[in-house]
Write a protein of this length. Sequence first.
Length: 319
Amino acid sequence: MNADEQTRAVVAEGYGGVDVLREVTVPVPEPGPGQVRIRVEAATVNPVDLATRSGALVEAGLMAARARTGLGWDVAGVVDRIGAGVRAFETGQRVIGLRDLLDVSLGAYAGHLVLDAGAVAPAPPGVDAVAAATLPLNGLTALQALDLLGLAAGDTLLVTGAAGAVGGFAVELAARRGLRVVAQAGAADEEFVRGAGAEWTVDRAAEDLAAEVRRLVPGGVDAALDAAGSGVRAHAAVRTGGAHVTVVGGAVPLPLRGIRVHRQWISADGAALAELAALKLTLRVADVLPLERAAEAHRRVAEGGLRGRLVLVPSPGAA
């Protein structure tokens, strides 16, 4: 590929509604030392993309304002160029990766993406790019949150938002660690969360989450993984001296009753991502859209009610 070749991308020019999304032509990025370039086959649309586009992350002080902001954290594709010093990957290899830098001009909504090699892992074997692209951000968030809790087999865990992307992975990973899971989900999602490994379920419409959990687990659960922003409602379901981790924005509960409180901020980790890819987790795709319909994807995510992620795919010949 020549240095002057171009690729198509969708970016935010300014901040606001979906009208700030623009399809642009940009130079194909070149990998530096320790980096790989991925020819993008699929990029997942996540709520953080909407928060980036709206300017909410700028307002929260999590990133600097810029005229053009790249979107898209999750990527699946093929390595097509390798930077100096990279030994773990080769051109033509199918990979997945995570962009965890907020303040960039080009994200995964593009024909090509450059990532540090340490943020990339071999793609799950036998899984197509669209499904594989749903794993990095949400799978790593669930894994890293569970690691913060430090639970042992037999311990009890409440997962709020258990039918969502992060919550679903959290239930599945927790069950595989031998944890006993209470899953908060809607009645229509009970079959899914039980299939993922939940021992008990609590309807998300329940007025008193803590009371319902403590009815199932007297004394309270050993820990809560809050993927729904339940805050103090989930915190109250935890036993004295337990642990609580939240993976969404907003206020973190105070460490009442000696409960260890954490907020999980995602970080790219290629080694952990490789472990996740080998586990054959349940990968859920709500729909697939061409890259140029990113605005439609953002509107649908904002409307809610999706089970699985929307995935964007670059049009053939877009690069």
